[in-house]
Design a protein around this ligand. Structure first.
Ligand code: HEC
Length: 178
């Protein structure tokens, strides 16, 4: 069986082999051969093409390098805060989302902390201060209401905590009285 398959395959492939066998017609005869001058011309044309290709590659490389340098220079001239917001915040947000938020330093501190603790933003040590300062400098107008909000929030928490404490004590007192 296996032998039959091998034999059959070999037989089937034989004409292919025969066809690819070079014959006398495939060789250049003296009559069709290039003259010395023609050969030199072909060689010169190939050399020119290779040179052209090399120049094209070199040009592309130079352009890519110039572009990289331009981006690097632009980065260096922009403030650290801008770059940090780009690197640490715009991975999740588009710029409009952050621009449309108006907060002062306390509000931005709480927001950035929330990003770190709840939403998984990752900052290097010391970056939070720079980011908060930068963002707060852009939209400082809500500073006062933020403080009022933070204060009233804290007061509410304190009042509820105290209330809960009193409530528990009250039950304890009632139990003692019985
Ligand atoms: C890993 C993703 C992630 C990163 C990084 C991140 N955020 Fe957010 N951010 C979120 C998600 C999710 C929400 C929506 C849920 C929420 O409000 O907590 C949000 C909401 C916000 C909001 C609108 C909500 C509000 O209450 O103000 C602001 C402003 C914001 N982020 C600012 C920032 C700033 C500034 C940074 C950079 C320090 C940052 N985010 C980095 C995920 C991220």
């Amino acid at each position: 069986m296996l032998r039959g398959v091998i034999l059959g395959t070999a037989l089937a492939l034989m004409p292919l082999g025969a066809a690819s066998e070079p014959n006398a017609d495939a060789y250049q005869t003296e009559a069709g051969a290039l003259t010395q001058a023609e050969r030199a011309a072909v060689r010169a044309r190939l050399a020119a093409e290779i040179e052209e290709e090399r120049a094209r590659e070199e040009g592309a490389r130079r352009m890519a390098q110039a572009e990289a340098e331009r981006i690097e220079a632009e980065r260096a001239t922009r403030p650290l805060g801008v770059r940090l917001v780009e690197a640490r915040c715009l991975t999740c947000h588009d710029a409009g989302q952050i621009d449309s938020t108006a907060l002062g330093a306390p509000g931005w501190t709480v927001t950035v902390l929330r990003m770190e603790w709840l939403n998984g933003a990752v900052l290097e040590p010391g970056e939070r201060g720079v980011i908060v300062e930068h963002l707060a400098a852009r939209h400082p107008e809500r500073n006062r209401s933020e403080w009022i909000g933070l204060m009233s929030g804290s007061v509410l928490i304190a009042v509820f905590g105290f209330g809960a404490l009193v409530w528990r004590r009250r039950r304890w007192f009632l139990r003692q009285a019985r």
